[in-house]
Design a protein around this ligand. Structure first.
Ligand SMILES: Nc1nc2c(ncn2[C@@H]2O[C@H](COP(=O)(O)OP(=O)(O)OP(=O)(O)O)[C@@H](O)[C@H]2O)c(=O)[nH]1
Length: 343
């Protein structure tokens, strides 16, 4: 029991969106369901139904998010349902319903991207205003009240939009800083360790193959020594550009160290690894240049074995890279023990 609670708390702490959807679930059940009962008892069935829809959809969204880990779809659904219900409730209750529009504005910005949230809010306010103009005296008590509402709702929306937009931008920047190499934009070593662990556990669970290819620039020190570090940096950036242009979306490139890069190829066997390595080598030999002329790369690869750790997988690829360097550089060496193991 204690372990279960601890797991729940860890997930809530790690997944901000999940914690917000869960919090909304609590608000929905504790804060809105009494209103659903109260309105039904007073014969206002339309508002009671809208309140019930809010409560049920929130509970379903929470269950879906916890089961699948997907918080995007539940967020979009909740923002849509809440906006529609809040509009209906306000049209029905008049001034008393207006109070719900302000938490709705905040809610939408927590649930979906800032542009989508702004659009939802504008639609709600526009729908209410059009209804109020067609049916004077129903939603607002006077034109002055309507104008005050429009100005305050718009101010709240724009300020929340700016805040949410800045927060999203900063979060993306922090994520990039934590996961990417600042010079080349390739993923960093911390992410690499995590992704290799995931590949190993996926291999065990689903029996899918995966391969790694270690790539190291040849005689890179000479480029730095002859043309300076800036020229060396430019070669590293160009290498990553060439690799990125030639790999699949599912492949992952990491900066392993100085002038060494690791390519993780999911769902790839030895044949695929050889073909990808050959393709990359030819492209790099043709396009990668330093001020002193063409630059080449040595490569060492290994396909993940059925029951091995990511460290030993990596070590096998590293050994092959060592062999490639000693074979004269600008060549590919692949570990064949996986093929032997399957035979
Ligand atoms: N410009 C630049 N150089 C780097 C960076 N990281 C590592 N290096 C340099 O990369 C060079 C690596 O040298 P070595 O390990 O001897 O490798 P190499 O000259 O490529 O020789 P081989 O790998 O044996 O072909 C060193 O001079 C490092 O200073 C970087 O971010 N930018």
């Amino acid at each position: 029991m204690a372990i279960h609670v601890k797991r729940v708390l860890v997930r809530l702490r790690k997944d901000f969106q999940l914690s917000i959807i869960t919090l909304m679930g609590l608000f929905g059940v504790l804060g809105v369901s009494p209103y659903a009962v109260y309105r039904a008892l007073h014969g206002n069935y339309l508002v009671s139904i809208a309140d019930t829809v809010i409560v049920l959809s929130t509970v379903l969204a929470v269950i879906h998010a916890w089961r699948t880990g997907d918080t995007v779809k539940p967020g979009v659904c909740l923002a849509g349902i809440f906006s529609l219900c809040a509009t209906l409730i306000t049209i029905n209750l008049g001034v008393n319903g207006l109070f719900w529009i302000y938490p709705l504005i905040l809610f939408n910005f927590f649930m979906v991207s800032p542009p989508r949230a702004l659009l939802a809010t504008v639609l709600v306010v526009a729908a209410m205003s059009i209804y109020a103009l067609l049916q004077p005296g129903t939603v607002f008590e006077s034109r002055y009240q309507m104008l005050s509402f429009l100005v305050t709702a718009l101010m709240a929306s724009i300020l929340t939009f700016i805040f949410a937009y800045r927060t999203q931008h900063q979060r993306e920047q922090l994520h990039a800083w934590a996961t990417r190499d600042p010079l080349t934009g390739a993923r960093n070593r911390r992410v690499m360790n995590e992704e290799l662990k995931i590949a190993v556990s996926t291999r065990r669970r689903h029996r899918t193959s995966a391969a790694v290819l270690l790539m190291d620039l040849d005689h890179f020190k000479q480029i730095n020594d002859r043309f300076g570090h800036q020229a060396g940096d430019q070669v590293l950036v160009s290498l990553v550009e060439r690799i990125t242009l030639n790999i699949r979306d599912a492949d992952r490139l990491f900066r392993f160290g100085g002038e060494e890069f690791l390519l993780l190829l999911n769902n790839t066997d030895e044949h695929g690894l050889l073909s990808a390595a050959g393709h990359l080598q030819a492209d790099i030999a043709e396009h990668l240049k330093s001020p002193g002329g063409p630059v080449t790369v040595s490569m060492g690869g290994a396909v993940l074995r059925a029951s091995e750790t990511w460290e030993s997988w990596l070590q096998r690829a590293d050994q092959q890279l060592y062999h490639a360097k000693h074979a004269g550089r600008n060549c590919i060496r692949i570990d064949h023990s996986e093929t032997l193991e399957l035979a």
